[in-house]
Design a protein around this ligand. Structure first.
Ligand SMILES: [Mg+2]
Length: 257
């Protein structure tokens, strides 16, 4: 079930300090369950190689410029930011990448966006180590995905990954016109799965979005620290830190109820 309907209500009134057995695990998608960063760079470079040959910028440079434009977009898209028009997001990013090299070509930006999307879908897959982990946890826990995506960019990806094998719910925060770390996103997901914060744990690779947001919603959190960062000075540490999804069963077993 892809959940993208009503604006969420915050889940107030629950006791915050009581700890009970974890009944539900909530997962970030990109770079937690699927390799998004390497795929993004490789597909951007490949699209540029196929379509922007001879336009004055190398495929590597154009691919890098696209990645920068994408990071800028998601960084600037704060909670409550208006959603761009359907179909406009990727061409807009490609236009910015081309303009860095003095190329002003809207048609080329659209073709690059379309090819990039095709390549991304062709290549998307779960981390190999994620499949056995999710399969084993599925027997014990309710499970859901919370991703800062829009239906426009994520529905085919979710279908391709066959996420319904593992998850009760996939929450696309962008469709709620919200984004992690807004705690209302997490509260909405917990309501859909019918668990409280004290029964819930979030697993994700972004400290600022996944871990801080989960804690603000009263959940516990496990950080997949795939880029070697430190917990920000003075910030609340996650309940566990792992290198990849493969470490999740061990981390869950070590967390006291
Ligand atoms: Mg992520």
């Amino acid at each position: 079930m892809i959940q993208q309907a009503d604006r969420p209500r915050t889940n107030s009134g629950r006791p915050k300090t009581r700890r009970t057995v974890i009944r539900a695990i909530f997962f970030d998608l990109d770079d937690t369950l699927v390799d998004d960063t390497i795929s993004l760079e490789q597909c951007a470079e490949e699209a540029a190689r196929e379509l922007a040959h001879g336009r004055g910028a190398s495929p590597v440079d154009l691919g890098d410029a696209y990645v920068d434009a994408a990071i800028d977009f998601w960084t600037q898209l704060g909670p409550g930011s208006p959603k761009p028009a359907m179909g406009a997001i990727r061409p807009m990013m490609w236009r910015a990448a081309l303009q860095r090299y003095g190329i002003d070509d809207e048609g080329l930006a659209k073709r690059l966006a379309a090819r990039f999307d095709e390549l991304r879908l062709e290549r998307v897959e779960l981390f190999p180590e994620a499949v056995p982990v999710l399969t084993s946890l599925r027997a014990t826990y309710k499970m859901a995905v919370i991703t800062n995506g829009f239906a426009e960019t994520h529905e085919r990806k979710i279908a391709q990954l066959e996420l319904e094998r593992f998850f009760d719910v996939v929450v696309l925060a962008g469709e709620l016109e919200m984004a992690k770390p807004d705690p209302a996103v997490f509260a909405h997901a917990m309501e859909l799965v019918d668990v409280g914060p004290d029964q819930s744990i979030m697993v994700g690779d972004r400290y600022d979005r996944d871990i801080e947001g989960a804690h603000a919603a009263g959940m516990r959190a496990i950080w997949i620290r795939c880029r070697g960062e430190e917990v920000p000075h003075g910030a609340r540490p996650p309940e566990a830190i792992i290198d990849s999804i493969a470490g999740l069963p061990g981390a869950l077993a070590a967390i006291p109820a």
